[in-house]
Design a protein around this ligand. Structure first.
Ligand code: ADP
Length: 437
């Protein structure tokens, strides 16, 4: 439509010009040749020039119409009405519609025939071409629409299919099924979305497995002391228990209760540290003094095992949360004592570089192999559960996980070296000034 509209004006002008020329030519030929029968003369010229010719006399009656095919009565009336106007000396252009488009036109002018003024209407005989032209336009439109629709359907399918798959995937994720089937071959935005969705699902799945492991670990850790508490409590209820046995059983019950209490303390602490809402109170204090006091607080443990404990502590001032770091030293030094045999040796060193305080806690205890070493910061991990049970004063495998978390909160580093049978060395580096970056 736009194209037709665009060229309509130009077409109109062309046609008008041509009709005008034809009119003049007809008059000229007529004047020169003066044919007897002007009707057949005009009929031939009409064939020759490919135009339709209609002639009206001054009364408005039609004298001649050369082969004009079906003409609407409306147009016919228009022509008849304009006879007088043309006679008055005006050449007229009367447009009419041939089907929807293009616009065609009739040109009215006067002509002298046999000494009388007549009105002649000329009209281009283009009907066949114009019809073809119109049909061609319609076909182009139809084909464009058909191809366009097919392309749109294909594109929509291409867009909609992955979206549908993703909807299904989110539904299955919300039902707790995390292994979703999303093809991620395409590299466009949808492909990227599908890939991140897949990744999200797999991380959620991992998270879910961790959660389940955590719950089962916690229940397992609680189950053991609870079983022994209820067993010993039952025995205590019997009458035939001697006083010394009674004392022993009640001390076991107390020990197991302490273990449970430590476990729940540790769990609460981890949850609190994880939540990022744990109060983090930074102040400047002497790290060497803190280490010394932790060592003295566990003096009964190391002196009972006759461990040779050496301190080499430089004077270091540190900005940190004193309470939290106190737990780190407590955990690591307790482990060192726990996993070092009687008459073993433990060394605790503190030194300072430009920006960091370096704490080294070294023992010559049982040590760990590579694979154990790789997992000690995992929650509930105990290197050798059976060995541990006999050794432990009720470790739950959370101590180092908590320590690592605390050191991370201080933007510090913790490294461990260990060799089975030779001993273990923990090295912790902490920024002296937290605020200084
Ligand atoms: P636990 O409370 O059981 O000691 P930790 O998280 O503190 O838990 O330690 C995890 C595991 O790492 C311990 O069970 C132990 O097997 C191993 N471990 C930690 N410190 C030492 C060490 N100094 N020597 C040998 N093994 C150690």
């Amino acid at each position: 439509m736009i194209v037709t509209f665009r060229y309509e004006q130009a077409m109109k002008e062309d046609i008008t010009g041509e009709l005008q020329q034809s009119g003049l030519l007809i008059q000229e030929l007529y004047d020169q040749l003066q044919p007897d029968d002007w009707k057949s003369f005009l009929g031939k010229l009409s064939d020759l020039r490919q135009i339709y010719i209609q002639v009206y006399d001054s009364n408005g009656s039609e004298l001649l119409s050369t082969g004009r095919r079906e003409m609407s009565t409306e147009h016919q009336q228009k022509l008849e009405q304009s006879v007088n106007t043309v006679l008055a000396g005006e050449a007229l252009i009367i447009p009419y519609m041939d089907g929807p488009r293009p616009v065609m036109l009739t040109m009215g002018m006067t002509i002298e025939l046999a000494g009388e003024r007549h009105v002649m209407f000329l009209e281009p005989g283009l009907s066949a071409q114009s019809r073809n032209f119109r049909d061609m336009n319609l076909s182009i439109i139809a084909i464009t629409l058909a191809i366009g629709s097919i392309l749109i359907i294909v594109a929509a399918r291409y867009l909609v299919k992955p979206l549908k798959l993703m909807t299904l995937a989110t539904r299955s994720i919300s039902r707790g099924q995390f292994d979703v089937n999303l093809s991620t071959s395409s590299k466009d935005e949808l492909g990227q979305l599908a890939a991140s969705m897949k990744q999200m699902a797999s991380e959620l799945g991992q998270f879910e497995r961790m959660r389940q492991d955590f719950v089962s670990n916690v229940s397992h850790e609680m189950q053991t002391p609870l079983t022994s508490i209820s067993g010993f409590a039952q025995i205590l209820g019997r009458e035939d228990v001697s006083t010394s046995e009674r004392m022993r059983y009640s001390s076991i019950i107390e020990m197991e209760s302490n273990r449970l209490s430590r476990l729940s303390d540790n769990l609460l602490k981890l949850a609190s540290l994880d939540s990022d809402h744990h109060p983090f109170i930074v102040k400047s204090y002497r790290l060497d003094r803190q280490l010394r006091s932790v060592v003295w607080s566990c003096e009964p443990l190391w002196s009972a095992k006759e461990i040779d404990l050496r301190l080499e502590l430089d004077e270091v001032k540190l900005e940190a949360d004193e309470d939290l770091l106190g737990q780190v030293w407590m955990n690591i030094i307790h482990n060192a004592i726990k996993f070092t045999p009687d008459r073993g040796a433990i060394q605790i060193m503190l030194s300072k570089t430009d920006k960091e305080a370096i704490v080294v806690i070294r023992d010559n205890g049982i040590g760990m192999n590579e694979s154990e070493l790789g997992r000690i910061f995992e929650r509930f991990y105990k290197a050798d559960a059976s060995r541990h049970r006999s050794e432990s004063q009720g470790g739950s495998g959370l101590g180092l996980a908590i320590s690592k978390k605390i050191i991370d909160l201080h933007h510090g580093r913790i490294k461990v070296k260990s060799e089975p049978g030779k001993g273990t060395e923990f090295q912790i580096a902490l920024k002296v000034r937290l605020s200084g970056g």
